[in-house]
Ligand binder design. Sequence first.
Ligand code: IVH
Length: 680
Amino acid sequence: MNFEKAQLRMAELCQQLNDHNYRYYVLNQPVISDYDFDMLLEELINLEKQFPEWISPDSPSQRVGGQITKQFKTVRHQYPMLSLSNSYSEAEILEFHKRTIKTLEHAVEYVCELKYDGLAIGLRYEKGILKQAVTRGDGQQGDDVTTNVKTIKSIPLKLHGNFPDEFEIRGEIFFPLESFRQINQQRIEEGLPAFANPRNAAAGTLKMQDSAEVAKRKLDCWLYYLLGENLPFKSHYESLQAAKSWGFKISSHMALCQNEHEIYEYIHDWRLGRYELPFDIDGIVIKVNDFAQQELLGSTAKSPRWAIAYKYKAEEVSTRLISVDYQVGRTGAVTPVANLEPVLLAGTTVKRASLHNADIIQSLDLHLNDIVVIEKGGEIIPKITSVKYQFRETGSRAVEFVEVCPECQTLLIRTPGEAAWYCPNSYHCPPQIKGRLEHFISRKAMNIEGLGEGRIELLFDHGLVKSLADLYELRFDSLLGLEKSYESEDGKLRKVSFREKTSQNIIDSIEASKTIPYPRVLFAIGIRYVGETIAKKLAEAFPSLELLMKSTFDQLVAVDEIGEKIAESVVTFFADAENFTTVERLKEFGLQFSHSVNRSLASEKLTGKSFVVSGVFTQFSRDEAKNLIESHGGKVIGSISAKTSYVLAGEQMGPSKREKANQLGIPLLTEAEFISLIEN
Ligand code: IVH
């Protein structure tokens, strides 16, 4: 491609990709598939590699991260970042309202908004381009976290429409609850401590040095406050609607209120409504709408007089503790769960509450039949926060934590410094086996469809699957007709059954899983602390399971990113006779336990040849294809030119690449042709 054409194409791709990002992350209305998006992004990144001088500051490639910040620069805020005064009752809101109209001697309109529970951020835009993102810090100066903030897809790098030349917009960076759940699950799998709540997770993420890591974390951002000199808006509401039209993510849960009663109504609606939101809020914010009135009211050193926060107190209620059950999770951690006399809390009937761990039982000095206070937090299941000792019956029995696993009677153990007790019988304790099966079939592992929602449980209870390998012995006839009712996580009774279509789907899906590549199989077999990333590292270092099984602790820790905890876990896993047998059986069933093409046979066959890799493959990932080419002496290049020797063309190869290869007469290799080229 000549210079001018490339420049034009880069600008066009930039604009298209930014538009798709906006539709996906802000409007929630994507118009192309993720795959098509990735193809466009790849095309842009290839062009940017060739013409780095034309990388635009608003290029979506900037969102992928990669820049490392050793120390964040301290920046003084142009406008101090004040905080809000808090209130907890309607009486306090009324006081605020009376004070406001008394000062203004005029009627007042308010904007009520959600109070997002995350981290405040100030974004500076100049000529429509994001220039700087600064944290709150001490309110006078904060940290420049621009590189990390640019990875947040809902924050526009370039604005559209009629925006002011220079302004700052403030908002809250937060972790959506679903992403928070995912990251904590992954951290637990990899042996890292879980984040206590989404807010801490967001704070930790924003201060990471490697922006590529931040990009993976799926942070999001609501904007709620526009500041600048001579802005052409009369009111807060109007300014945010304008900001919305420039591409910012502005909440639609705002309400204009004319008096205190309308404010109470808004507070009331969100008291329970907040539990349905996909992110945390800790209250609402009430702001005087009119900018001229805001100015008249002014601010104290700490907070503006034109706004106030209303904080929801955690909903709590008392009830009686009936008994304590002990649940064993997938990792073997034993969690005490309280059975309670049913009581209404935050709109739902509660029968159970989490007690988290033995230390909490002890610090509450909990006895059976105690009257306990339970609180509804962000989680599905509420927690016990205190005991009303004055109502304790004399002679009642203290709750004692179990010493043996309630499922398999193995003596529990506790690692010094950790709060949880564990059942060490990892590979033979029923809930741990079921958990391992559920992990094995999950989408990111073996992707076996049709076995979710209680079906694994059903197969286990019928004795059809006791180990991962048993899945591959399931037959259509043994599945058909099985059924069971069970209580789901939310306490509702559900029924699962295997009809003809489901049963056939399951069998087909199990068969298809035999082509899942080695690194994913390694992740799927559920070695503790071996998450997706670690599985890939292990598969790189030990190209077959046989080699991994023979590896020693020292060989394992010598691998980049493999620490002692993981190494020990790998060694222990394969030392267990039952695991060994399971893995051997899985191998016999034809699962991929080495890289599909033997990479140790690296040769000089591709020396002097250059390849462009495009599309998706069945036997290897695109990265693996690139490694293969290089290990046989070939070179991988980003885009097709007259000098390209071959295009390795997978399925769904981009049409523009195909056309270009045809134009220049570059041969396209199918996956099979490529394999025979390096194998022969
Ligand atoms: S307005 C000068 N609106 O609450 C007041 N703040 O304690 C500017 N917050 O630091 C803030 N949601 O981090 C405003 N809708 C919202 C908010 C909000 C959350 C946070 C913000 C601020 C803190 C005040």
